[in-house]
Write a protein that binds this ligand. Structure first.
Ligand code: SF4
Length: 220
């Protein structure tokens, strides 16, 4: 149980919406997304800049009731950077207690050690092409399990080569599942697929399903 005595159990929420999971292990499942406000990073390809500042303060109870109202099994807590708000940990715990299949999308820049063990953590590795590679928190890697996933968004051939070397340097392939995704409108998906196959790289290629279906429409 996470200690919250004296702290209001609320979070600043940018949006809550129902869509198909577009990424990672639960791709394609109807999912409720809880997008929390704020992020300390500024990746050059960010597609959720609208979540940096705007949002309403909501009690955890209200958030959970809204989530429950959609009738989906899967819940994804995302951002922004959701862990930038400490009460995110409490929300994750409460959602797990309610029996939801819970995932967390995080930038990889903040400590993931206190996240409830029932949560599937999708942790970014920021490549040089993101302009935020200095923010990767190397200490997180030792905490990853096969239930988690590491996600590289690749912007160029240079990013791909860097990512390949990074996997080897930190012995990441055997530790957790690794996803390579082309940066939307910046790298040809087929080029990335060809590089992975040519190198026999033990990673999972993914396209962002929601971008294929709805491009950059917010709330999708
Ligand atoms: S970590 Fe995510 S939300 Fe934050 S700037 Fe990067 S892409 Fe955008």
């Amino acid at each position: 149980m996470i200690e919250t005595v004296g702290k209001p159990e609320r979070l600043r929420v940018n949006e809550i919406f129902h869509s198909l999971q577009g990424e990672a292990d639960a791709v394609g499942y109807p999912t409720v997304f809880v997008r929390l406000t704020g992020c300390p990073l500024r990746c050059q390809y960010c597609d959720t800049e609208y979540a940096f500042h705007a949002g309403d303060w909501l009690d955890l109870e209200a958030i959970i009731n809204t989530v429950r109202g959609y009738g989906a099994q899967h819940v994804c807590v995302t951002g922004g950077e959701p862990l930038a708000q400490p009460n995110c940990l409490r929300l994750l715990e409460r959602l797990c207690d309610q029996g939801f299949k819970v995932s967390l999308e995080t930038s990889g820049a903040l400590d993931i050690s206190a996240v409830d063990g029932r949560v599937s953590r999708v942790v970014d590795v920021k490549t040089p092409g993101s302009h935020e590679a200095a923010r990767n928190r190397i200490d997180n890697f030792g905490l990853l399990t096969p239930q988690d996933q590491l996600k590289f968004v690749i912007c160029s051939r240079e990013d791909y080569d860097w990512s390949k070397a990074f996997l080897q340097e930190h012995a990441l392939s055997g530790r957790t599942r690794v996803l390579f995704s082309p940066s939307y409108n910046q790298l040809s998906p087929s080029a990335l697929a060809d590089w992975i196959l040519a190198d026999r790289l033990p990673v999972r290629f993914q396209l962002q399903l929601h971008k294929v279906l709805w491009a950059d429409t917010p709330g999708k």
